[in-house]
Design a protein around this ligand. Structure first.
Ligand code: NAP
Length: 256
């Protein structure tokens, strides 16, 4: 059977280490034959992401702080030189100040709220604008969201509001870019212990709760997120845009 992403070129933003959801996605993309381009936020992460890039045989590993319009413009410039065309883009990026994931939501500062919206939400729009000129044959943009967008999850706070906005951005981008053949979707992953997740106070108790209550009675395996991302990047999902696909052992359907 031919590989699902053979001949496609994918840009994956948000690999910090082997525990990142973006790592599982990049690994699944390689398995399915995609050419891979990874990015890192700054010099601090460069060596680690380059090592991951080697492991996954990435064609390029490029700098991109999504809070910096100049770096996004440079990314477009570099990608237009090589590979010249993108078919799939994964935005697996979020950030909020640790204190905003530990103290009561009502105490969120204006600066903390704005920062979370900028890096976790506006960045999807900025990335979409940067890559659209390269998606000349259409393609797929996928972001990562969480149930905290529509339900109150203890301590998720400012990030829950950011995910609600992110899901709205997905719908507006899907409408804007659909005529160019570019689909935009989100994967709502169940909780997974990653560097970002560890910033959320009492994150382990969320994992325990989900494992007990989810219909599948277990937590999400990052490889399941990788496989769902392959589906969204491949021709198999050619009729799907503006959607949130839950990969969460079914937890999101539960009332009690
Ligand atoms: P992660 O490994 O920590 O990945 C987050 C990534 O965001 C890191 O690579 C981080 O880079 C990057 N990032 C932050 N600020 C950035 C900036 N200004 N420019 C460029 N990159 C920046 O954690 P993760 O859990 O895999 O998170 C990936 C996505 O999945 C996030 O959107 C998260 O909300 C979502 N998600 C996670 C879970 C979960 O339970 N883990 C569940 C549902 C959804 P640095 O390391 O360099 O800061």
């Amino acid at each position: 059977m031919s590989k699902l992403l053979e001949g496609k070129c994918a840009l994956v933003l948000g690999v910090a280490n082997r525990w990142s959801l973006a790592y599982a996605i990049a690994e699944a993309f390689r398995r399915e034959g995609a050419c891979l381009i990874l990015t890192y936020q700054g010099e601090r992460q460069r060596d680690a992401v380059e090592a991951v890039g080697q492991e996954l045989s990435a064609a390029q590993v490029l700098p991109c702080d999504v809070g910096n319009d100049g770096e996004l413009a440079q990314l477009t410039e570099k990608l237009s030189q090589s590979p010249g065309r993108l078919d799939a883009v994964v935005h697996s990026i979020a950030f909020a100040n640790r204190e905003d994931l530990t103290r009561p939501f009502v105490e969120t500062s204006r600066a903390g709220f704005t920062l979370a919206q900028d890096i976790s939400v506006y960045s999807l729009l900025a990335v979409a604008r940067a890559v659209t000129p390269l998606m000349t044959a259409g393609g797929s943009i996928t972001t990562l969201t969480y149930l905290g967008s529509t339900r109150v999850i203890p301590n998720y706070n400012v990030m829950g509001v950011a995910k609600a906005a992110l899901e709205a951005v997905v719908r507006y981008l899907a409408s804007d870019l659909g005529p160019k053949g570019i689909r935009v979707n989100a994967i709502s992953a169940g909780p997974v212990k990653t560097a970002s997740a560890r910033a959320i106070k009492d994150f382990s108790s969320i994992l325990d709760y989900v494992a007990q209550r989810a219909p599948l009675r277990r937590n999400t395996d990052p490889q399941e997120v990788g496989d769902a991302a392959v589906f969204l990047a491949s021709r198999l999902s050619r009729g799907v845009t503006g959607n949130v696909l839950f990969v969460d052992s079914g937890f999101g359907i539960m009332g009690l």
